[in-house]
Design a protein. Structure first.
Length: 391
């Protein structure tokens, strides 16, 4: 029996994880869960799974959940400190890191420092604190399972046996991207797209922030950096391949000319289940792949003129240090402004460019450097938005 701590329980990854826990009650138990403010959904989770501890983002949300669960013996808490506690508690075996954005960094790191098996969805934590994050993974001998579908696919396609094998026999990592809902839009068409259109991903059902990131290709940029940290490679070792059907979740190309791909219907339950039981596999109730129905798989190169975020992410990697945290912070602020209809869709990349160009870069010597860069870049992004300097 594996005790699961689910950070980001009320979100899209959270709900796929809960589905798997329900499907396999003999193997998994939800022992604790965290979310920010989704009271109603957390109350449902409390009644259905009866975990030992719940943490919400604020006292108000905590009180509201607690009041709706008077007869359940659950400890209710709030704030980041309590989230780090549940992520490192001794009775937890696995932590699913599925909080969205930089807000997930502290609790994800706490899980790593406590030596838990960590299932990483929260790519922003790895992007912003990459070196520190991976150093902690090595120091605490953590099993870090990427559950971002592409990275999970790459993990499955890489040689598993020995470290160093990657460098010796891998030619390239082929990171697939659906291209998002605006793949075939012109710049002019993208000028007036709405948050609702951006959040309607053609293949995946996801939270709003990652949906906008997918539409702007920033998600692929973040994933490029994520892959560099996870697999100890550089952006030049990775080729982004637009594959609109999202059936191949990524590939690894070897020196001998072999290319190994991981395929399946686009459903996050597959990578999450793999992370939960690796090296074993379990059933997920995901529809088996019907290749005759799919019939065709297409591939093309990304358009970096139309989607500059992808290039910005590679730039940030090569600049190094806190540049990645600054870019991530700018993007979080810009996406939020777009979702609240304060800026247009194409302004997201403009704001990201401005902030990356104008923010000083420091080495990532400690977490304070990352938090400092995040704060400065958020301020800068807000200044750019308020002054409309990007127009
Ligand atoms: P959602 O928006 O659906 O869910 C986000 C979750 O994070 C919610 O439970 C939310 O709580 C919680 N949360 C947000 N802010 C805080 C905070 N300050 N403290 C505690 N909890 C917080 O996002 P997704 O599930 O789509 O994505 C989660 C992460 O997984 C992201 O990093 C994303 O990039 C990554 N990912 C997602 C994929 C997907 O298919 N959805 C695929 C690959 C990666 P509340 O509901 O209360 O706001
Ligand atoms: Mg992904």
């Amino acid at each position: 029996m594996q005790n699961i701590c689910l950070l980001g329980a009320t979100g899209s990854i959270g709900s796929s994880t809960l589905d798997l826990i329900s499907q396999h009650p003999d193997r998994f138990r939800l022992i604790s869960a965290a979310a920010n403010e989704s009271v109603e959904r957390m109350v449902e989770i409390c009644h259905e799974f009866q975990p030992e501890r719940i943490v919400m983002g604020s006292e108000k949300a905590r009180d509201a959940v607690a009041q709706a669960c008077p007869n359940l013996s659950i400890q209710f808490d709030y704030d980041t400190t309590a989230m780090t506690e549940i992520a490192s508690e001794s009775n937890v075996d696995q932590v699913v890191a599925a909080i969205v954005g930089f807000a997930g960094l502290t609790s994800t790191l706490a899980a790593i420092r406590a030596g838990k098996r960590v299932l990483l969805a929260n790519k922003e934590s790895l992007v912003t604190a990459g070196k520190l994050f991976m150093d902690e993974v090595a120091k605490h001998d953590v099993t870090l399972m990427p559950i971002d579908s592409e990275h999970n696919a790459i993990y499955q396609c890489l040689p598993q046996n020995e470290s160093g094998a990657i460098k010796r026999s891998v030619d390239k990592i082929l990171l697939t991207a659906s291209g998002g809902p605006f793949r075939s839009f012109s710049n002019e068409q993208m000028l007036s797209v709405t948050p609702e259109q951006a959040c309607k991903h053609p293949n995946w059902s996801m939270g709003r922030k990652i949906s906008v990131d997918s539409a702007s290709m920033m998600n692929k940029g973040l994933e490029l950096i994520e892959a560099c940290w996870l697999f100890d490679v550089e952006p030049d070792d990775i080729e982004v391949v637009i594959h609109p059907q999202s059936i191949i979740h990524s590939m690894v190309s070897y020196d001998d000319g072999s290319v190994i791909a991981q395929m399946g219907n686009p459903d996050m339950k597959v990578p999450i289940a793999y992370g939960m039981t690796w090296p074993e596999r379990i059933t997920t109730q995901v529809e088996p792949l019907d290749l005759f129905e799919i019939a065709q798989l297409d591939f093309s190169k990304p358009d970096l003129e139309k989607f500059p975020n992808l290039r910005l992410a590679a730039d940030a990697w090569y600049i190094g240090g806190t540049a990645m945290a600054s870019l991530n912070a700018a993007n979080e602020v810009a996406v939020d402004a777009f979702l609240n209809k304060r800026i247009g869709f194409l302004d997201i990349a403009k704001i990201n460019t401005e902030v990356l160009e104008q923010t000083a870069v420091f080495p990532v010597t400690d977490l304070e450097a990352v938090f400092g860069a995040d704060k400065t870049a958020r301020q800068k992004a807000n200044d750019v938005i308020n002054s409309k300097a990007f127009l």
